[in-house]
Design a protein around this ligand. Structure first.
Ligand SMILES: Cc1ncc(COP(=O)(O)O)c(C=O)c1O
Length: 362
């Protein structure tokens, strides 16, 4: 059976991108973000490739994601729960599974304190240096240091903070956050971790003990106006489907739901077997490019659940069965995301279970 929609994930490109992180931040250890099913790329195969490449830790959002990796026998590289635990059961499981937990609030300390005093738990403290989402206020640092002293069985992993505007190279909020964080930790022991992809690419002072790249590992740029290739990254995922029909229409015929687009002349329209139920956003407008036989052609009319329609005037040789690329090396996801007024993050995470995944370069 020929798969309808295929995501080809190039693990060699993923490993290449890890090496780019190492070049940019040679003195930092890498905590690779594999949350959200490795940004839609498939958590288990991606985590295995990252482990083989020797990253220092894998970051997931929550216990379910950590357990998916453990159940696939990923046991060598530390796994960090970025949102920490939410119940005593999860705290006990984190100890049993040797997971590292990010602790961002006093209620989580209270949870961990319900564990036996001898429980060996690996703890990061998250500090709010200005993002104002998760984290202890910086003024809590002395109190947190005292907490650690009270719990000799806890292994302290370090101090995490997160940047709100790292993707804006001229935004003074980032140096303010880094300065406030560094000041609060002056003279305080423990590894530091500040930067996501944008942070480590754009802000040298954020390349501290640990960096936490996500998006750039998958080959996309987090920096506006730059593509992954501008940063030496290789796109990891290529999304492809096929032409399942080609029809010739007279001028002024309306195409698809809502009749939002009309043929300007007699012309061929291709129907591609991919739609929003696969992860191609419905808001992508007419004009969004796809690739047929090596040429960019525009999507026309509305994206429907299972299909899109494309203008084939510039590719008269196109035939039913031809591969159609929605994004990949020749058509960066960042660029396609721009048409949907979103970011590559959301395109990646939006791929659905109907897409068939294929891994190469492993
Ligand atoms: C705390 C934390 N660190 C690191 C990352 C990785 O970010 P990025 O994919 O922008 O590199 C994320 C992602 O949202 C995060 O929440």
């Amino acid at each position: 059976m020929i798969p309808r929609v295929t995501a080809t994930v190039d693990l060699a490109a993923l490993r290449h991108n890890v090496r780019v992180v190492r070049q940019v931040a040679p003195r930092s250890r890498i905590m690779a973000a594999v949350k959200a099913d490795a940004y839609g790329h498939g958590a288990v195969p991606v985590a295995r490739a990252l482990e083989a490449e020797g990253v220092g830790a894998l970051a997931v959002a929550c216990m379910e994601e950590a357990m998916q990796l453990r159940e696939a026998h990923l046991s060598t590289t530390p796994i960090t729960l970025l949102e920490g635990v939410i119940s005593i059961e999860e705290a006990a499981l984190a100890v049993y599974e040797r997971l590292q937990v990010v602790v961002h609030d006093h209620w989580q300390i209270a949870l961990l304190e319900q564990l036996p005093a001898s429980a060996e738990i690996h703890v990061w403290f998250k500090l709010d240096s200005g993002m104002h989402r998760l984290g202890f206020p910086l003024t809590d640092v002395p109190r947190l240091v005292e907490t650690l002293k009270r719990h000799p069985a806890w292994t302290f992993q370090g101090w995490i903070t997160h940047l709100a505007c790292a993707d804006e190279p001229d935004n003074a909020a980032t140096p303010r956050q880094i300065a406030a964080y560094s000041q609060a930790l002056q003279g305080v022991a423990g590894p530091r971790s500040i930067a996501n992809s944008a942070g480590l690419l754009a802000w040298p002072e954020a390349r501290v003990d640990w960096v936490r790249p996500g998006l750039m590992l998958y080959g996309a740029s987090p920096l506006p106006g730059k593509l992954g290739s501008d940063l030496g990254l290789k796109p990891v995922l290529t999304l492809q489907s096929r032409l399942i029909a080609i029809r010739e229409y007279d001028a002024n015929e309306a195409i698809g739901y809502g009749q939002t687009w009309r043929t300007p002349e007699r012309m061929p329209i291709g129907v591609v077997a991919v739609g929003y139920a696969d992860g191609v956003h419905r808001c992508l407008p007419s004009g969004t490019p796809v690739i047929v036989r090596g040429s960019r052609v525009p999507l026309v009319g509305r994206v429907s659940m299972d299909m899109i329609t494309v203008d084939l005037r510039t590719v008269p040789q196109a035939a039913v069965g031809d591969a159609v690329t929605l994004w990949g090396a020749a058509l960066p996801a960042e660029e396609v995301a721009g048409y949907a007024n979103t970011l590559a993050y959301e395109l990646f995470c939006g791929l659905t279970q109907r897409v068939r995944f294929r891994y190469i370069g492993g």
